[in-house]
Design a binder for this molecule. Structure first.
Ligand SMILES: *Cc1c(COP(=O)(O)O)cnc(C)c1O
Length: 368
């Protein structure tokens, strides 16, 4: 049996008619950038994530860059972020000229450890970017409380958390700005690149609208040095259709996750993900941990099961950050997790038989 890591073709096929209709609607409208589809998507997505304002932008990295720029964070400033995130979180901070200050996660929970944040704050710290990694909200209340006490901004990286909730409220406007990616593989994915920023703060929204569109409100009048980062009409129209199915598709991910949690419990060598009491995760990834991860991955591949590692090279070890001279000793949890974590297939188009096949194969490996 073949179990792909994520089946994007099946996602398209399920929504073939509405996606094709939305695409044709845009093609025939003669209007392709900043039009009615974007306006409607922003209203619908903002309502979905319980935020007062939503701004569609070019991609998730830009959402982070624009948010940092909106708060005028730049050279000389420090920004606290997770050591174990996708590199985009770090790159946004570097792009605006500020310095990323990595902080380790809670072991087994994988989100930033609030206790370590406090120790990383200096006179130069301006913001914290927590990441809701793997689709599980981080300990937002603690992060926000620390930030308020030190007068820091909180910018959430919610690229993996579309639909997730924290203490009963959707991720979307708990903090100053929330950044989204609609990369095709995310829980809400476009058929190309896309992103958004959501917030309850009207002045932040206004600033991001300006910055994403060449610093211009009125054509050819440029108030500030903005950039070009707009969610195009085609992607906005497609995302509007996919948004209607997000809850149902997240529900299917939850069902897969609970079958995994049930089927894989009590195996001594295998650690399964733990869920925080305040968090309602959307299972962007289902990440287990095993001391012989590489051998387990090869064993599963031989049985037709594709898995991935998130992330095999943590940012501090990457060439992009060699200049910071950060060592594995400084980030022991991140370093060991990059050797031991394995993401099992998960998505809205996995059959019960496929999930069972994965569970049987993992058990066969661990019990051998
Ligand atoms: C996907 C992702 C991003 C970047 O999004 P893009 O749309 O690819 O630019 C940022 N942060 C995290 C945690 C991500 O998973």
């Amino acid at each position: 049996m073949h179990v792909p890591f994520l089946d994007l073709k099946a996602a398209y096929e399920e929504l073939r008619e509405p996606i094709n209709a939305a695409t044709l609607r845009v093609l025939e409208s003669g209007w392709y950038i900043t039009g009615k589809e974007l306006e409607s998507f922003e209203a619908e997505f903002g309502a979905y994530v319980q935020a007062g304002h939503a701004m569609g932008v070019g991609n998730g990295l830009d959402a982070l860059i624009l948010s940092l720029r909106a708060f005028e964070i730049g050279p000389g400033d420090e920004v606290i972020l997770p050591s174990n995130t996708f590199i985009a979180t770090w790159l946004a901070v570097s792009y605006v000229g500020a310095t990323p200050v990595p902080v380790e996660p809670i072991d087994g929970f994988w989100n930033i450890d609030p206790n370590r944040i406090e120790r990383a704050i200096t006179a130069r710290t301006r913001a914290i970017i927590p990441v809701h990694l793997y689709g599980q909200p981080c300990e937002l209340a603690s992060v926000i409380e620390i930030a308020r006490r030190h007068q820091l901004r909180v910018i959430e990286d919610a690229a993996q958390a579309q639909g997730a909730a924290y203490r009963g409220r959707r991720i979307g406007a708990h903090s100053d700005a929330v950044c989204w990616s609609f990369y095709p593989g995310k829980n809400l994915g476009a058929l190309g690149d896309g992103g958004a920023v959501t917030t309850d703060d009207a002045s932040v929204a206004e600033r991001i609208r300006l910055l994403r569109n060449y610093g211009s409100r009125v054509k050819y009048q440029h108030e500030v040095q903005g950039q070009n980062s707009r969610l195009d009409e085609l992607q906005a129209a497609i995302l509007r259709e996919k948004l209607k199915h997000l809850d149902a598709w997240n529900e299917r991910r939850r069902a897969v996750a609970s079958t995994y949690l049930d089927g894989l419990k009590g195996i001594p060598s295998l650690k399964v993900p733990s869920v925080h009491k305040d968090a309602s995760p959307v299972w962007h990834l289902f990440v287990v941990s095993h001391p012989q991860r590489d051998r387990m991955q090869a064993f599963l591949q031989e049985r037709g099961i594709s898995t991935l590692v998130h992330y095999p090279v943590p940012p501090h070890r990457s060439g992009a950050y060699a200049g910071m001279k950060l060592s594995d000793q400084q980030f022991p949890i991140t370093a060991s997790s990059s050797d031991e974590l394995l993401s099992l297939p998960i998505g809205p188009h996995l059959s019960q038989a496929q999930v069972t096949h994965v569970i049987e194969a993992v058990k066969a490996y661990c019990n051998a």
